[in-house]
Write a protein that binds this ligand. Sequence first.
Ligand code: A4P
Ligand code: MG
Length: 198
Amino acid sequence: MTARSVRVYIGLGSNLGDRLGHLREAVARLARTPGLAVTRTSRVYETAPVGPPQPDYLNAVVEVITALDPKSVLELAQRIEDEMGRERGERWGPRVIDIDVLLHGTARIDEPGLTVPHPRMHERAFVLVPLLELEADPVLPGGRSLGDVRLEAIGRSDVRLFAPALPIPPGATGSNARPRAGNDRRVGRARATEGERC
Ligand code: A4P
Ligand code: MG
């Protein structure tokens, strides 16, 4: 990774089919991307759906180090969604995989098709709970800090621990970014399957 590399947090969600398998597949595809190293993942949470009635989600957050700009990361996320069979139906509707760009370093972007920090992340326990495992003081939309957000008020109880951190396969670039303390590469080797909970 280059001197211009930044830490990027990516949110994963799935509520159709083999949900855990889909999260793992998304991490594997990210890890295979040249110029991007997956360094850590959060644990996996089962979460009540926000939006229309639909099955519960599995959600997790992935930390990557990359010099790719935010637009390129979004394009990558959408390409992986498409390759994994994501069909775009109703807004906030059920999906095989959702890949959101939550944070890109300290960037604040508001352009058509791309808003970073992700505009609703501070309202959503299914994003904040896994993100806080990886980043204690995240940049939030509108210049908010974590002290401005009350997890209880946004439905913390709808987020239940489901599985250990996701496995991180060897990357295309060797994933040479050094993991920080508590890196989940090791934890992530645990073999959880759908139905096998923490
Ligand atoms: N877009 C703009 N900024 C971003 C960004 N930072 N990351 C645009 C990703 N996409 C971004 O996204 C719609 C448009 O957002 C894209 O064209 C992109 O250019 P989408 O993934 O096609 O549709 P969506 O996900 O249904 O819409 P939206 O508004 O992004 O929904 P959210 O906020 O992602 O919510 N409940 C639980 N428990 N867990 C979930 O994961 N997810 C959603 C989707 C609803 N309820 C959920 C969950
Ligand atoms: Mg999305």
